[in-house]
Design a protein around this ligand. Structure first.
Ligand code: FE
Length: 338
């Protein structure tokens, strides 16, 4: 990796004198423009990058991993990271990366016009590209009155019938962080205690959680909206449905797929171009690739999402998920949530 990085830095230094004339990242010898991405969002990402390359001629090199893995890698690589753009499947990890000084603020009218304020960091260090809801899922064969709040999953009628993702997963941590924000730590703890008292079946895959409902291993669960959309696309008869939680209150928990430019980017111009494309021309391609709701409210969601109906979403918590992540991790641990 190092020789490559040095080559790029040398190319960038050579460019500096002629940057005004060039206006881009390609050098005068005609080398192709590239951007390197670390991505925590995997599903369907390659066709999205291909569409960007077809539109702009910029080649995308990418490395996939989990959000926390990629953040640790950025820390370890420091100024030598090959990553120009980092993409996550969770708001907390990108905010923690920003807090660690790993991201560069971006001033872009295109981004500010496309992405609502509550879906980008206060310092414009990251931007949400799509929204996902962590919602109550239930068996349409065995459940007639599904829970309508996160707290209701702690009702004893769900004892032994509840499936949850483990506490190590960012999706669980961000949901609990939003509960701490909205309800206070004591009430959030009481809810998590009630889930744990129901002896949940912990499954570290939302797809497997939905399959467990279909198979009768649990009746109710928490999972992200797009996993049901994907499962229904493959298996339309899957007997699982969404119960939108907190519709009389703060709304269903929102998490986001995000992207930000690394502070050490060797190809910042190409990275900004990719980020802006994902937020505008590529917004629908990016969102539809994983059945997520576009971050730009003016872009139409996929048909299957329209079929899920209208709902109230907790947009106000998104920017706070990183700050409250350590509190959520500690709460889950103290509650004995696996
Ligand atoms: Fe996911």
């Amino acid at each position: 990796m190092k020789p490559l990085t040095f080559l790029r830095l040398a190319a960038l230094a050579a460019l500096a004198t002629t940057a005004a004339a060039c206006g881009g990242g390609s050098d005068e010898s005609g080398d192709s423009r590239t951007v390197t991405v670390y991505t925590g969002r995997h599903y369907g990402i390659e066709p999205v990058f291909d569409a960007f390359t077809a539109s702009t001629g910029i080649e995308v090199r990418f490395t996939a991993g989990s959000d926390p893995e990629l953040r640790e890698r950025l820390v370890a690589e420091g100024d030598n990271t090959p990553a120009d753009l980092v993409m996550t499947a969770d708001a907390a990890n990108i905010e923690l990366a920003a807090a660690a000084g790993l991201l560069a603020p971006v001033e872009s009218k295109k981004l500010n016009d496309a992405i609502p304020e509550e879906l980008r960091s206060a310092k414009n260090e990251w931007f949400a590209l799509s929204r996902r809801l962590r919602v109550v899922m239930y068996s349409t064969e065995r459940v007639t009155e599904p829970p309508s709040t996160y707290a209701a999953l702690g009702d004893e009628r769900w004892s032994g019938k509840l499936c949850l993702r483990p506490s190590t997963h960012p999706y669980t941590q961000s949901l609990v962080a939003s509960m701490i924000l909205n309800l206070g730590a004591d009430k959030a703890r009481a809810i998590v205690d009630s889930w744990v008292a129901n002896k949940p079946l912990y499954i570290n895959s939302d797809t497997d959680i939905l399959k467990a409902i279909a198979a009768g291993d649990c009746d109710v669960a928490l999972a992200n909206s797009y996993y049901l959309a994907r499962l229904l696309a493959e298996e339309p008869a899957t007997p699982v449905a969404i119960s939108w939680p907190e519709q009389d209150g703060t709304g269903a928990h929102v998490n986001v797929s995000t992207a930000g430019i690394t502070a050490a980017a060797s190809n910042p111009d190409e990275a900004i171009e990719l980020l802006e494309w994902l937020a505008t021309e590529g917004q629908k391609t990016f969102s539809d690739a994983n059945f997520e709701y576009p971050a730009d409210p003016d872009v139409a969601p996929a048909d299957v999402l329209v079929s899920f109906g209208e709902f109230r979403a907790d947009l106000a918590a998104v920017r706070e998920l990183g700050r409250l992540n350590p509190d959520a991790v500690e709460l889950l641990s103290r509650a004995g949530y696996e």
